[in-house]
Design a protein around this ligand. Structure first.
Ligand code: PLP
Length: 399
């Protein structure tokens, strides 16, 4: 290996993997190559475009079968799904909810929607997600179990739940987290927005907590335009989620009765039609994603100062977004690399700004965040669309 850090070498290596002959390569593009047109047309022809319609139930059934979770409730987006999961698990105003410091804003915002306070947890390089071992040590110091639950000795507030997030499709180490949550009686809501098709020790992500969410936003592994889902194995949680997301309306042929505060969060049929077509293609998408990850790993194996993130032995990842990790000592070069790649038509981006650095969350409690801070300095997401491997395949065939 050439033991010299070179941005030029990194960009050349990226280009070896990227499809040729394109002026601009997006980070992640949606891929519609199945029955999307057919199903959306059927939906329009039937007149059932809104939140009741056969595609919604069909899509939910596909999600249940694919993930192995008993109940899936399709909703307008992943953020709404998170909001509802927190509510139905009893998170209320003034509670604290433990979430990773490095996550997409939706995780933290959902906690705020409930009037609760996000409490930030460190992340580990092994999974890019919440560090369960560090969380346990931290709770041993600051938490106290009382009859009403787990309390933060410093703030006096109840700590109600943990929201692990499976970053870029890489599963969090769930077993030790489950242990911590049992010890401190905390609910687990998995933010599986990025991990449809990712497994932890053979179990689909989103199966291990009390509830979980998925997102089908335009940039996710499958898309419904905008959309999300609530997953749970608990029947009463599932019916509560269904109820609360349809304005808490009591079923009746004509009268309007509502028994609690509800939301208009159900997924429209026209979006579900797209979702059904996308679900049919998901296994193929994942094969292509994993193949692309393998190509990145192979190409960068001998490049000094960087690595491509690889799943842990317990994980089978969907590799939604590939991660180029700079060695700590070269993290100062991150912005230069972002600048150079983006100006050459290769879309790359850094990790999210850590939540406690944002103005709305800077006064929220957090533990030592060294792991997340280091990851934030070192992560660069590289183009990861489905179809990229095929693009290259076609190029090779034609040449
Ligand atoms: C995409 C995403 C969500 C949900 O986003 P929506 O755009 O509301 O569907 C939540 N959490 C994470 C980590 C995400 O990446």
């Amino acid at each position: 290996m050439n033991r010299e850090f070179s941005l030029d070498r990194i960009i050349k290596t990226l280009k070896m993997v990227l499809p040729g002959g394109q002026e601009y390569i997006a980070l992640h593009e949606p891929f519609f190559n199945g029955n999307e047109w057919t199903y959306v047309k059927k939906c329009l022809d039937s007149g059932w475009v809104s939140s009741s319609g056969e595609y919604v139930s069909l899509f939910e059934k596909q999600l249940e079968e694919y993930t192995g979770v008993k109940y899936a409730i399709a909703v307008v987006n992943g953020s709404a799904a998170l909001h509802i999961c927190l509510l139905i698990l009893g998170v209320s105003a003034g509670d604290e909810v433990l979430i990773p410091a490095m996550t997409f804003i939706a995780t933290a915002n959902a906690v705020s929607y409930c009037g609760a306070i996000p409490h930030f947890v460190d992340c580990e390089a092994r999974t890019l997600g919440l560090n369960p071992f560090k969380l346990e040590k931290y709770l041993d110091e600051i938490a106290q179990i009382r009859t009403e639950g787990c309390f933060n000795k410093i703030t006096g507030r109840r700590i109600k739940a943990v929201v692990p997030m499976h970053t870029f499709g890489q599963p969090v180490d769930m077993d030790p987290l489950l242990e911590v949550c049992q010890k401190y009686s905390l609910e687990i809501i998995e933010d599986a927005a990025e991990s449809l098709g990712s497994y932890y020790k053979g179990q689909h992500t989103g199966r291990l907590g009390q509830a979980a969410i998925l997102s089908f936003n335009g940039n996710k592994i499958i898309t419904t335009g905008g959309g999300g889902a609530i997953l749970t194995n608990n029947e009463s949680l599932a019916s509560l989620a269904r109820h609360i997301t349809t304005q808490a309306k009591l079923p009746h042929p004509w009268s309007f009765h509502h028994d609690m505060q509800g939301f208009n969060y159900r997924m429209p049929n026209i979006n579900a039609a797209l979702g059904c077509a996308q679900m049919e293609q998901l296994p193929g998408f994942i094969e292509q994603k994993r193949e692309l990850a393998r190509r990145y790993q192979e190409a960068f194996a001998e490049v000094f100062g960087v690595e491509i993130f690889q799943e842990d032995a317990f994980a089978h990842s969907n590799y939604w977004l590939n991660v180029l990790l700079l060695d700590e000592e070269y993290s100062v070069q991150r912005d230069k690399l972002l600048e150079l790649t983006n100006s050459q038509g290769i879309m790359t981006r850094p990790a999210w700004t850590l939540m406690p650095q944002l103005p709305m969350f800077q006064h929220c409690p957090h533990m030592d965040l060294r792991g997340a801070e280091s990851l934030e300095r070192r992560i660069i997401n590289v183009p990861s669309s489905v179809g990229m491997t095929r693009g290259r395949f076609f190029c090779q065939e034609n040449s």
